[in-house]
Design a protein around this ligand. Structure first.
Ligand SMILES: C[S@@+](CC[C@H](N)C(=O)[O-])C[C@H]1O[C@@H](n2cnc3c(N)ncnc32)[C@H](O)[C@@H]1O
Length: 239
């Protein structure tokens, strides 16, 4: 039987957004890091495994994590001879799986941090700091309040920032801020993040934030464009 042909964006089986089949800008940086450092890396919320499979191609040992085992098994089935360097770790980050101290060279998290509460983000950043070797980096990308379907929320977001709220992007019920037809494919609650909030989480966990910026991913469909700040990227180094 021939391998399944995936389109550029494929809905996740568990309504956790879409998995992409092309590397975004931050994922590309992660794969370059894998090539340079070699060793063991972690892909959180690996989805269909676009970054995991590219990292395996560099020779890295990859721990692919996801909340959904079916998606992880599909990565395993497509990993070919690299399967022996791939470990599938099912479980919700940051609570459901643990790694050894200083066991990782790099971490990737593409479009998963916006599914975590503020407290889960803090615990997650602390865990990553524990698991990374000194000098190891985190490469993360997430959705912002300036993601097209959430444009109605942008003014409320800025008002919350003005009031000094700790987690201004937490939206308890996405259906209350958008009627976009794509919302059936995302969880009820979402945590939209900007560069200030994401950088602050990692700084408080002891990371040096090398770069944290808002941008438009090259693979983002025009139907969800807003003002060029649809995604937030983070590169943070364990010191
Ligand atoms: C939007 S998809 C992104 C997949 C892939 N990283 C990409 O960029 O194409 C989010 C993935 O994260 C997984 N996920 C959501 N919350 C998670 C959590 N707390 N821990 C681990 N995986 C999670 C979902 O099952 C889904 O596969």
């Amino acid at each position: 039987m021939s391998a399944p042909v995936y389109h550029r964006r494929v809905p996740t089986v568990n309504s956790m957004g879409w998995s992409t089949t092309v590397l975004n800008e931050v994922s590309t940086l992660f794969v370059e890091e894998c090539r340079m450092r070699q060793g063991t890396v972690l892909d959180i919320g690996a989805g269909l495994g676009v970054a995991t499979l590219a990292a395996l191609e560099t020779g890295a040992r990859v721990i692919a994590n996801d909340a959904d085992m079916g998606q992880l098994e599909s990565i395993g089935a497509r990993s070919g001879e690299a399967r022996e360097r791939l470990r599938l770790a099912k479980g919700r980050f940051p609570y459901k799986f643990k790694l050894d101290k200083a066991s990782l060279e790099a971490v990737h998290a593409s479009h998963v941090f916006h599914f975590l509460t503020g407290r889960q983000l803090e615990i997650g950043a602390a865990s990553l700091h524990w698991w990374l070797k000194p000098g190891g980096r985190v490469f993360a990308v997430a959705a912002t309040p300036y993601f097209g379907p959430f444009a109605n929320f942008a003014a409320e977001y800025e008002a919350r920032v003005g009031r000094g709220e700790a987690w201004p992007g937490w939206v308890e019920n996405t259906r209350s801020i958008t009627e976009h037809r794509l919302m059936s494919q995302v969880p009820k609650s979402i945590h939209l993040l900007d560069d200030r909030v994401l950088a602050s989480v990692f700084e408080r966990a002891g990371f040096e934030v090398e770069h944290c910026w808002m941008f438009r991913r090259h693979d983002l469909p025009a139907s969800v464009h807003y003002d060029g700040r649809e995604s937030v990227g983070l590169v943070a180094r364990k010191i």
